[in-house]
Design a protein around this ligand. Sequence first.
Ligand code: GLU
Length: 287
Amino acid sequence: MTSGVTADSQRVFRFAPSPNGYLHLGHAYSALLNFDLARQCGGRLLLRIEDIDTGRARAEFEAAIYEDLAWLGLDWERPVRRQSEHFGDYVRALERLDEMGLVYACDCKRSDIARLAAGTPGWLRDPDGSPLYPGTCRDKPRRAAREVLTQRGVALRLDMHKAAALAGQGLSWREFDAGDVVAAPAEWGDVVLARKDTPASYHIAVVVDDALQGVTDVVRGKDLLEATSLHRLLQRLLDLPAPDYRHHGLVLDENGEKLAKSVASTALRALRAEGWTPADVRERIGL
Ligand code: GLU
């Protein structure tokens, strides 16, 4: 497997929140773990603002991210990369996949796919639970990605079958405490790589940015474990190095449920207002 990491290189970690809500204890765990790991090995810590969802991202939440992380005692490199300022980088990667014949335009509605799936017993779902795309637009006349990306209302999908064939065998990643994990990108089907409302998607942006920023260690929640299969596929297709990965357990609420940004009670600023200290946060999350 290609690895961007050499024994003597300085390691680069990143914390990459989306500014569409206030940070909660789960984010604190990720941020502090990245910070601690970077410090332990003399590595660098980057902060990346993942705000490609321009409809949901808000300046107020971004400002709160800086404030909450500083309160926790974190320090990170400046300038901070804001994804909304780099759509050109994601478009270039998508155009490269297009030149390889691996993406196609799709104007299907999510509701249509959901209806089709609901009416068909045994319809396969991706690891996030969404019904797999049936490929309705796959064989329509080709349209250049460049043109599709300037249009709203049309998405770009990866032709998974072709992409997996081109990537070949032996796709895996190095996972902390688990060794090599075999990637299974086909479970995602023909994923959306550029959304109808924005010329990128989380998957393409994260892969491009981790490479551009020289990230050697991706430390993030277990909820993104399966997405790593897809990220490894895109890295191989785009000739990008493979970071090492560490998917940590999620902080759960008192009912054993995953914390959500919408639940105000676990927001770091709410806890701070109640008198919690950064040490209390570390104790609660076991760091
Ligand atoms: N922006 C993502 C989130 O807030 C994290 C992405 C990642 O760490 O790869 O959930």
